[in-house]
Design a protein around this ligand. Structure first.
Ligand SMILES: Cc1cc2nc3c(=O)[nH]c(=O)nc-3n(C[C@H](O)[C@H](O)[C@H](O)COP(=O)(O)OP(=O)(O)OC[C@H]3O[C@@H](n4cnc5c(N)ncnc54)[C@H](O)[C@@H]3O)c2cc1C
Ligand code: SF4
Length: 498
């Protein structure tokens, strides 16, 4: 007999691969807008907007099949709904604890596997158990073979190489913008207007305290919008995605990036379908292998990897602090206020977060993350900041990206060496330095670049901790040869303006 227990969908489970599968098609759908979840942290205003807009749009699309309950908490919402439900595996340890409690109380009948990710948690654990070291590249190749993506019938990679990163590190062109077709932009409707009014009211009455500015919704909130965003990306922007993946231009906030993390993380797009569609662009000649492989690597590799590390490494991973970083996040950083920042790279990235709740990957890793690493920001507080200030921030996506990749606070689980770099790297990969008040070549004096000088000061502070890492031996020997080492360290200790 068909199971018709209603399906409770969290706000990150909104796509057809959740609610329109053969198993779920007959079920009523419950959506709960929990005011406590909105108010719990200082989320970016545009992130709150996107999540509410996506939930309300889905409720509207499903019509009589869906019940949207507005409640103080999830528990209260379920009690008001009054019937047991089933739910898919949620996206955080906290939500998993909540669901476990609700199962014990009989309010949730069963937890179903999540279709939001390509590989199941059990499969990942079977792959990872017993490995000496967890390496993303090994996992990614296994994913390619297992799901037959970009592999020949004999199991070899299409084009003969698994990894085309070497072809994908071009600096930006000498232009103000990359010059690729514009990314998809949704059009707001009456649902968005309702969301905006409700958020204004919650703000006026002090029930939420968001960061960032309000602005037109920039990211897809419905299945149809997400499909259009994906098609636009694949047909007009994927071809240039590969070569300029790591490049930055002050006047181009999107570059060739997909802007798909928000709809993917809301569960609006099935990740395996996205990867398969990207693969067809290679066959049709719409995009070259280096771009297609680069994009497939992001979704089939990195996104899955980060999700699985979240569960595999468990909640204690969040407490890791291998470099003993304890600096509290400055107020201007928390409030997304770039007005006091002169460093052009940092000012541009922070302004992007304030205005759009978005910065592209290399800004997150090599500008914001790199700065936080050099200045010793407390990793847990930084994780919280990334999770709340970004439109695509969700609990599962933060630990391996922030604690691991960007802050090296796990001592080398997620990355083999810290992603720390001075101004020379930023200068090579962007046009920021050209009009900056600082000089990337200078490490001492009023024009000293905070990234260049900050890099050496950071290395000095962590020299003993990093001494065992073979990949750090060259930078450490560079530090030993630095004639003005002490002066640079002292300067950075007293630096208050960036
Ligand atoms: C410090 C730091 C914080 C980050 N915070 C987030 C976050 O809150 N949410 C988030 O989804 N991603 C996060 N990322 C990963 C990555 O930066 C974003 O996914 C990407 O910038 C989103 O923009 P896009 O859709 O234009 O991505 P593109 O550059 O076009 O990449 C395509 C897709 O690949 C996926 N992807 C690529 N790398 C990662 C990764 N490391 N982790 C997860 N997915 C990945 C995303 O779904 C993305 O949409 C973070 C990375 C770092 C270094
Ligand atoms: S000079 Fe330094 S601070 Fe200025 S943009 Fe370049 S890297 Fe950033």
């Amino acid at each position: 007999m068909r199971d018709e227990t209603p399906l409770w969908l969290f706000g990150d489970q909104l796509g057809r691969h959740f609610h329109a599968t053969p198993e779920n098609r007959g079920r009523e759908v419950l959506l709960i807008e929990s005011e406590a979840a909105l108010a719990r942290r200082p989320f970016h205003r545009q992130k709150l907007h996107l999540v509410l807009s996506a939930m309300r749009h889905l409720a509207g699309e499903l019509g009589d099949r869906a019940t949207l309950v507005r409640a103080r908490t999830y528990r209260e919402g379920l009690a008001r709904f009054g019937r047991p439900v089933v739910v898919h595996e949620p996206g955080s340890h906290a939500a998993e604890r909540l669901v476990a409690g609700l199962i014990e109380e009989g309010r949730v009948e069963a937890e179903l596997p999540t279709p939001g990710f390509i590989r199941s948690r059990r499969d990942f654990a079977a792959w990872a158990d017993g490995r000496g070291r967890l390496v993303m590249e090994d996992f990614y190749r296994d994913q390619r073979r297992r799901f037959a993506i970009l592999v020949e019938p004999d199991g070899d990679p299409v084009g003969g190489r698994w990894n085309l990163d070497r072809d994908n590190r071009e600096p930006p062109p000498h232009r103000a913008v990359l010059g690729v077709p514009r990314a998809y932009r949704p059009r707001e409707d009456e649902v968005d207007r309702g969301v905006r009014d409700d958020l204004d009211r919650l703000l006026r009455t002090g029930r939420i305290g968001p960061v960032g500015v309000d602005g037109p919704r920039l990211f897809a909130a419905t299945h149809d919008e997400a499909r259009r965003a994906l098609r636009r990306f694949l047909t007009t922007r994927l071809a240039s995605f590969g070569p300029h993946q790591d490049a930055m231009l002050a006047g181009d906030w999107t570059m060739s990036h997909a802007l798909l993390s928000a709809p993917l993380n809301l569960g609006l797009l099935d990740p395996l379908a996205v990867v398969r569609e990207a693969e067809t662009c290679l066959r049709s000649g719409e995009a070259p292998l280096n771009s297609v492989e680069g994009f497939v690597r992001q979704i089939l590799g990195w996104r899955e990897w980060i999700w699985h590390l979240y569960w595999y490494l468990g909640p204690s991973y969040l407490g890791r602090n291998a470099l003993d970083a304890r600096t509290p996040l400055p107020d201007w950083w928390r409030r997304l206020d770039p007005s006091r920042v002169s460093a052009r790279c940092l000012r541009t990235a922070l302004a992007g977060v304030r205005d759009r709740a978005y910065a592209h990957h290399i800004q997150r890793l090599m500008v914001l993350g790199n700065f936080a690493l050099q200045r010793g920001f407390a990793p847990r507080a930084l994780t919280e900041w990334f999770a709340t200030a970004f439109v695509d921030g969700h609990p599962w996506v933060m630990p391996a990206n922030v604690i691991g990749m960007s802050q090296y606070a796990d001592g080398g689980v997620a990355a083999t060496k810290p992603y720390a770099a001075g101004g020379a790297y930023i200068n090579a990969m962007s046009d920021y330095c050209r009009d900056c008040r600082y000089d990337p070549r200078i490490r001492l004096g009023p024009d000293a670049c905070p990234f260049t000088a900050g890099y050496w000061a950071w290395l000095d502070r962590n020299a003993t901790r990093l001494a065992g890492n073979r990949r750090m031996s060259r930078p450490l020997s560079g530090l030993r040869r630095l004639a003005d080492r002490e002066a640079v360290v002292e300067q950075e200790e007293h630096r208050r303006r960036y």
